[in-house]
Design a protein around this ligand. Sequence first.
Ligand code: ZN
Length: 133
Amino acid sequence: MLKVEHIGIAVKSFEEAIPLFEKLLDTPCYKTETVVSENVNTAFFKKGETKIELLESIDPSGVIARYIEKKGEGMHHIAFEVEEIEAEMERLKKEGFILLNEKPKTGADNKLVCFLHPKSTNSVLIELCQEIK
Ligand code: ZN
């Protein structure tokens, strides 16, 4: 793993959350992107090396909507940048971590991603991401 690439935060509405994070971080949201396969809108902010990713559900049955229903808004996941996602997935699998997808998926922000099951990571949802070259 190279570094924390971004921190994902689940929010109910971009309309409220984007201006709030723009004020908080004193920097404009530089990109919004819809990930249709995950039923989610994403909005990105950058501070130094690290990004903040806001996640808003597109529909009430989406994974983020269900998360907010159960746990409320807030910290959703930590994403680590990796050089070779398949090799890292293999390594973590061997170490006993549970992968939520067996093959890397295309995520937001030009990334291949894989999530680890929180039950194998002290209840912290971990994302691996690799820049698509
Ligand atoms: Zn993420």
